[in-house]
Design a protein around this ligand. Structure first.
Ligand SMILES: C[S@@+](CC[C@H](N)C(=O)[O-])C[C@H]1O[C@@H](n2cnc3c(N)ncnc32)[C@H](O)[C@@H]1O
Length: 243
């Protein structure tokens, strides 16, 4: 379902396109909030690394394990039910840790996650994360123009309810500076990229026609790299390196 949305496909291409060059020489990789294992599958196919996938939802872990086993990766994976803030329970060191598309928005103890990530990585290792951020440029412009400012309240609220595998959980949107404040000094910011700056995924079904979709996708890609605009994405992709 997620991949039928052209904005989501664009987001994932930027994320994986950023991750793979960093994963090239990795031997051990950790994915946090692996969901159905879609990204893990791309990473395993493009590298020789072993991958540990964790997720809070047992159903997701079972689904991801089955998918990755069916695709021939069983000898290179370990899938485990574990919340992000408990990564330090993994008695292993990783060359690369990543988490994409909002798993960290529903982690109530984000400082605990960063502290744990510091413990399971060595200096030089990379931490690549994307999470929902606020405000989103395209959404703000659109709703202000339509006179529907109340539509913007959801993203401004300190916590919103979302569903994770049928269960209601609290999700938080961060501004880029708020997120950076939570990152300890043993991680150095290497780059940040705005994702879906012009059009967030939930508005994508309103854009009809392949030409228009291609234009929007390109606008999202370019805006995500521009100073000022790149901190105004529906999501932000951060690359940190452990020092
Ligand atoms: C929006 S999905 C994204 C899944 C996957 N990363 C992707 O990009 O398709 C969020 C996933 O994170 C998991 N999740 C949510 N909160 C989590 C937490 N605190 N720790 C680990 N996983 C979490 C959910 O169960 C779900 O599978």
């Amino acid at each position: 379902m997620i991949l039928s949305n052209f904005v989501n496909r664009g987001i994932r291409d930027v994320e994986v396109g950023t991750l793979l060059p960093l994963a090239k020489d990795s031997k051990s990789i950790l994915e946090v909030g692996c969901g159905t294992g879609q990204e893990a599958s791309r990473v395993l196919a493009a590298t020789h690394a072993d991958l540990v996938g964790i997720d809070v939802a047992e159903g997701m872990i079972d689904f991801a394990r089955l998918k990755l086993t069916t695709r021939g990766f069983s000898s290179r994976i370990q899938m485990r039910v574990l919340p992000a803030a408990h990564v330090d329970e993994l008695a292993q060191e990783f060359d690369l840790v990543y988490s994409f598309n909002g798993a960290l928005n529903t982690e109530p103890d984000l400082p605990g996650f960063f502290a744990g990530a510091g413990k399971v990585t060595h200096p030089g290792a990379f931490l690549v994360i994307s999470l929902r951020t606020r405000p989103c440029f395209g959404e703000t412009v659109l709703y202000r123009w339509l006179g529907k400012r109340s539509e913007l309240a959801r993203r401004r609220a300190p916590q919103v309810q979302v569903e994770v595998v049928g269960e209601p959980v609290e999700s938080r949107y961060y501004t880029v500076p708020e997120l950076l404040e939570k990152v300890p000094r043993n991680f150095r910011l290497v780059s940040l990229t705005g994702l879906a700056v012009v059009l967030p995924p939930y508005l994508a079904p309103r854009v009809k026609g392949t030409v228009l979709q291609r234009l929007v996708r390109e606008a999202n890609r370019i805006a995500g790299r521009l100073p000022w605009l790149k901190v105004l994405g529906d999501e932000t992709l951060f690359v940190f390196q452990r020092v």
